[in-house]
Design a protein around this ligand. Sequence first.
Ligand SMILES: [Zn+2]
Length: 324
Amino acid sequence: MQSVVRKCTGVRADFPVLRCVRALAGAALLWLSQPAAAVEPLPVREVAAGVYVFHGVTAEQDEHNHGAISNLGFIVGSRCVAVIDSGGSPMVGEALLASVRAITPLPVCYVINTHVHPDHVLGNQAFLGEKPEFVGHAKLPLALAARGRNYIEAAERMMGAAGRGLQLVAPTRTVSDEDTLDIGDRVLRLRAWPTAHTDNDLTVLDERSSTLFTGDLLFVGHMPVVDGKLVGWIAVTDELARMKVTHVVSGHGDAGDAWREAFDKQGNYLRALYAQTRAAIRDGVRLSRAVETVGRDQIDNWALSGLFHRRNVTAAYAELEWED
Ligand SMILES: [Zn+2]
């Protein structure tokens, strides 16, 4: 895993993002193929002192990956540990907790969810025994209430044993603007964003190491998925790209030091989607046709475009149809 991660550090927008995605997926699959006796820790990489990240496979959730398809992390303070996203099933959450335990005996005092999507929240229940505060955007409880049942049904259908016995764990502390968490000689700065990837995106900045966890406000390799507002996400992408931070942990994939290029690449896709969808609406192209024509010049740049691009065009069309 380490060597794969090193090779993929410094990826440029035109290189072999897809090759890296496949290599990282292979390393994560090694973990997935371990025998299931004791809980096997997720392979994590220390991206900065005391900041650990697991890079998920680029795939849909299934019975083989157990929902380990997004990036997860944790930050170790002098008093306790903050976990950032918990994975797509309790099984993945337990493996992440085992990774924490392999590094420190300190308790997990916060589990922060960057947004509502199931691959980021369905591992929460594995941390209940730690009695942490569960932290999320002020709009996360409503989003979980609205979608949770569907997420659980999909997990049961797609992940076999890993998708059974799921329970939703909602935030016990919410953030409507900004907040700080002190984990002992280490302050985490949380920021709730206007609607972008979803309507409940939250970022986490570790001030000590200058590491920003973006959640799915940044996709690398994996096609960006529009589930909030395209226009809002373009603005947030531009703002995040200008932040003066040293390390960036995306929600999917790994840009290494080339994270500014990764924001540019994502911005280019979102702008193409915007411009071409607007043009299609202006020209009276129906949605059923637009999903076949809009952004076709973009899809080869991304993994999983077959799953997500048409959905993105549909979301963009619905958003922009009534725009002036
Ligand atoms: Zn997401």
